[in-house]
Unconditional design. Structure first.
Length: 192
């Protein structure tokens, strides 16, 4: 007579059970906060302002601030970029419409809004945590870092805007045509 797989399998340790329970609670909290987009971003903004105030008041941790800025810039670019880049795609896959008579395809981001918020918030928390340790306070001349960051931001945003103009896509919904359906007359109503 064979034993069932459940009796042979060892029971998980208390540490594994506790870790699993904590991850479930954490995921539940994230699931609850998902629909509250504005509140999430306000909280992240307050967190970022508190980090910047701490850096400004303590006059240090400029490398951490620079690294946070570069990381958030990369996240922002991924947020603005379509999932399927028309410059990289071949003709056999789906692409964004480039002419007015082509079929409408919705804009799908490479990095969804929730993951963008989540990554930004985690990075800001890590950067804020790093400001409590003197070993991360590397002495640098901060105006050069600021100038380099602003130059990098300007060049990358210029390139991204040119890409958006070339392939005619908008990564936001404001100003896009909204179709409400048909009236009794059978005409399609278009509102801007």
């Amino acid at each position: 007579m064979m034993q069932s797989d459940d009796s042979v399998r060892p029971r998980p340790s208390i540490f594994a059970c506790t870790t699993h329970k904590i991850s479930q609670v954490y995921q539940h909290i994230l699931d609850v906060w998902t629909p509250y987009t504005i509140a999430r971003w306000i909280g992240s903004g307050v967190l970022l302002i508190s980090f910047l105030a701490r850096v400004f008041l303590l006059q240090g941790w400029y490398i951490i601030t620079y690294a946070l800025g570069i990381y958030q810039l990369n996240l922002f670019l991924a947020f603005l970029t379509p999932k399927i880049d028309p410059a990289m795609s071949d003709d056999d896959g789906p692409s964004l419409p480039t002419q007015s008579n082509e079929e409408f395809r919705p804009f799908i981001r490479r990095l969804p809004e929730f993951k963008f918020w989540y990554s930004t918030t985690k990075a800001t928390l890590v950067a804020l945590f790093c400001t409590f340790f003197q070993m991360f306070n590397v002495p640098v001349f901060w105006p050069i870092l600021l100038l380099y960051f602003l130059t990098l931001f300007g060049i990358t945003m210029k390139r991204q805007i040119k890409h958006m103009i070339k392939y005619r896509y908008l990564p936001w919904t404001r100003g896009k045509t909204k179709y409400r359906g048909k009236e009794d007359s059978g005409k399609v109503i278009v509102s801007n």
